[in-house]
Ligand binder design. Structure first.
Ligand SMILES: [Zn+2]
Length: 162
Protein backbone atom coordinates (compact mmCIF):
# COMPACT_ATOMS: atom_id res chain seq x y z
CA UNK A 1 0.00 0.00 0.00
CA UNK A 2 1.01 3.62 -0.35
CA UNK A 3 2.02 5.49 2.77
CA UNK A 4 -0.16 8.49 1.96
CA UNK A 5 -2.77 9.76 -0.55
CA UNK A 6 -0.22 11.11 -3.06
CA UNK A 7 1.96 8.01 -2.72
CA UNK A 8 5.27 9.73 -2.09
CA UNK A 9 5.42 9.67 1.69
CA UNK A 10 8.98 8.75 2.71
CA UNK A 11 10.18 8.75 -0.90
CA UNK A 12 13.78 9.89 -1.35
CA UNK A 13 13.33 11.25 -4.88
CA UNK A 14 10.06 13.09 -4.80
CA UNK A 15 8.43 15.05 -2.04
CA UNK A 16 5.10 14.11 -0.53
CA UNK A 17 2.52 16.86 -0.99
CA UNK A 18 0.20 15.69 1.79
CA UNK A 19 -0.25 17.42 5.12
CA UNK A 20 0.34 15.54 8.39
CA UNK A 21 -3.41 15.56 8.86
CA UNK A 22 -4.05 13.97 5.46
CA UNK A 23 -1.47 11.25 6.08
CA UNK A 24 -2.95 10.46 9.46
CA UNK A 25 -6.50 10.39 8.16
CA UNK A 26 -5.42 8.11 5.32
CA UNK A 27 -3.68 5.67 7.66
CA UNK A 28 -6.57 5.77 10.10
CA UNK A 29 -8.76 4.27 7.40
CA UNK A 30 -6.87 1.04 7.99
CA UNK A 31 -8.24 0.77 11.46
CA UNK A 32 -6.11 0.00 14.49
CA UNK A 33 -7.69 -3.42 15.10
CA UNK A 34 -6.84 -4.44 11.53
CA UNK A 35 -3.25 -3.24 11.84
CA UNK A 36 -3.01 -5.14 15.10
CA UNK A 37 -3.70 -8.34 13.19
CA UNK A 38 -0.80 -7.78 10.81
CA UNK A 39 2.53 -8.94 12.23
CA UNK A 40 4.96 -6.80 10.34
CA UNK A 41 4.59 -3.29 8.94
CA UNK A 42 7.67 -2.36 7.02
CA UNK A 43 8.35 0.79 5.04
CA UNK A 44 9.93 -0.08 1.72
CA UNK A 45 11.39 2.67 -0.45
CA UNK A 46 10.46 2.84 -4.12
CA UNK A 47 13.15 1.16 -6.22
CA UNK A 48 14.22 2.31 -9.66
CA UNK A 49 14.75 -0.34 -12.35
CA UNK A 50 18.44 0.52 -12.32
CA UNK A 51 18.68 -0.12 -8.60
CA UNK A 52 16.97 -3.46 -9.06
CA UNK A 53 19.52 -4.43 -11.69
CA UNK A 54 22.39 -3.42 -9.45
CA UNK A 55 20.92 -5.31 -6.56
CA UNK A 56 23.74 -6.89 -4.64
CA UNK A 57 23.32 -10.39 -3.35
CA UNK A 58 22.98 -10.25 0.42
CA UNK A 59 22.53 -13.35 2.49
CA UNK A 60 21.86 -16.30 0.17
CA UNK A 61 18.32 -17.60 0.34
CA UNK A 62 19.61 -21.08 1.18
CA UNK A 63 21.36 -19.60 4.22
CA UNK A 64 18.25 -17.73 5.23
CA UNK A 65 16.24 -20.92 4.93
CA UNK A 66 18.64 -22.70 7.26
CA UNK A 67 18.33 -19.92 9.81
CA UNK A 68 14.54 -19.98 9.58
CA UNK A 69 14.42 -23.76 9.95
CA UNK A 70 16.63 -23.53 13.00
CA UNK A 71 14.40 -20.84 14.51
CA UNK A 72 11.34 -23.05 13.86
CA UNK A 73 13.02 -25.95 15.65
CA UNK A 74 13.77 -23.76 18.64
CA UNK A 75 10.11 -22.75 18.77
CA UNK A 76 8.83 -26.30 18.44
CA UNK A 77 10.99 -27.38 21.33
CA UNK A 78 10.03 -24.38 23.43
CA UNK A 79 6.33 -25.08 23.13
CA UNK A 80 6.40 -28.85 23.63
CA UNK A 81 3.33 -29.69 25.68
CA UNK A 82 1.82 -26.21 25.27
CA UNK A 83 -0.30 -27.13 22.25
CA UNK A 84 1.31 -24.57 19.94
CA UNK A 85 4.43 -24.60 17.79
CA UNK A 86 5.14 -20.97 16.88
CA UNK A 87 5.85 -17.71 18.65
CA UNK A 88 2.98 -16.00 16.86
CA UNK A 89 0.52 -18.37 18.57
CA UNK A 90 1.49 -17.37 22.10
CA UNK A 91 -1.25 -16.25 24.44
CA UNK A 92 -0.52 -13.43 26.91
CA UNK A 93 0.27 -15.92 29.67
CA UNK A 94 2.67 -17.83 27.41
CA UNK A 95 4.28 -14.54 26.43
CA UNK A 96 4.95 -13.89 30.08
CA UNK A 97 6.31 -17.37 30.56
CA UNK A 98 8.59 -17.59 27.53
CA UNK A 99 9.75 -14.10 26.67
CA UNK A 100 12.55 -12.90 28.87
CA UNK A 101 13.81 -9.37 28.41
CA UNK A 102 17.02 -7.92 29.76
CA UNK A 103 16.88 -4.62 31.64
CA UNK A 104 17.69 -2.45 28.65
CA UNK A 105 15.08 -4.14 26.50
CA UNK A 106 12.43 -3.70 29.20
CA UNK A 107 13.22 -0.01 29.52
CA UNK A 108 13.14 0.52 25.77
CA UNK A 109 9.81 -1.25 25.47
CA UNK A 110 8.25 0.71 28.35
CA UNK A 111 9.42 3.94 26.78
CA UNK A 112 8.04 2.93 23.39
CA UNK A 113 4.68 1.93 24.84
CA UNK A 114 4.17 5.25 26.60
CA UNK A 115 5.58 7.41 23.80
CA UNK A 116 3.78 5.64 20.98
CA UNK A 117 0.61 5.01 22.94
CA UNK A 118 0.41 1.40 21.73
CA UNK A 119 -2.50 -0.96 22.30
CA UNK A 120 -2.15 -4.09 24.44
CA UNK A 121 -2.35 -6.13 21.28
CA UNK A 122 0.42 -4.15 19.59
CA UNK A 123 2.49 -4.64 22.73
CA UNK A 124 2.06 -8.42 22.47
CA UNK A 125 2.96 -8.31 18.78
CA UNK A 126 6.19 -6.50 19.52
CA UNK A 127 7.15 -9.07 22.13
CA UNK A 128 6.38 -11.99 19.84
CA UNK A 129 8.25 -10.43 16.94
CA UNK A 130 11.21 -9.75 19.22
CA UNK A 131 11.14 -13.39 20.35
CA UNK A 132 11.30 -14.53 16.71
CA UNK A 133 14.10 -12.10 15.89
CA UNK A 134 15.94 -13.51 18.91
CA UNK A 135 15.35 -17.08 17.73
CA UNK A 136 16.75 -16.22 14.30
CA UNK A 137 19.85 -14.87 16.01
CA UNK A 138 20.04 -17.78 18.46
CA UNK A 139 19.51 -15.60 21.54
CA UNK A 140 17.77 -16.80 24.70
CA UNK A 141 17.20 -13.47 26.35
CA UNK A 142 15.73 -10.60 24.38
CA UNK A 143 17.86 -7.46 24.31
CA UNK A 144 17.18 -3.90 23.25
CA UNK A 145 18.35 -4.70 19.71
CA UNK A 146 15.57 -7.24 19.19
CA UNK A 147 12.97 -5.00 20.82
CA UNK A 148 14.11 -2.04 18.73
CA UNK A 149 13.85 -4.02 15.52
CA UNK A 150 10.41 -5.32 16.44
CA UNK A 151 9.20 -1.78 17.17
CA UNK A 152 10.43 -0.71 13.74
CA UNK A 153 8.36 -3.47 12.18
CA UNK A 154 5.31 -1.87 13.76
CA UNK A 155 5.90 1.42 11.99
CA UNK A 156 2.25 2.05 11.18
CA UNK A 157 1.40 1.95 14.87
CA UNK A 158 3.90 4.75 15.25
CA UNK A 159 2.45 6.81 12.43
CA UNK A 160 -1.06 6.48 13.73
CA UNK A 161 -0.01 8.02 17.00
CA UNK A 162 1.44 11.14 15.30
ZN1 LIG B 1 1.73 12.30 0.12
Amino acid sequence: MNGCPCGYYGDSKKECSCSDYEVKRYLNKISGPLLDRIDIHLEVPRLEVEELNNYKQGEKSSQIRKRVERAREIQKKRFEGEGISQNSQMTPSLIEKYILLDKEARELLEKAISTLNLSARAYDRILKLARTIGDLAGKDIIGSQEIGEAIQYRSLDRKLSL
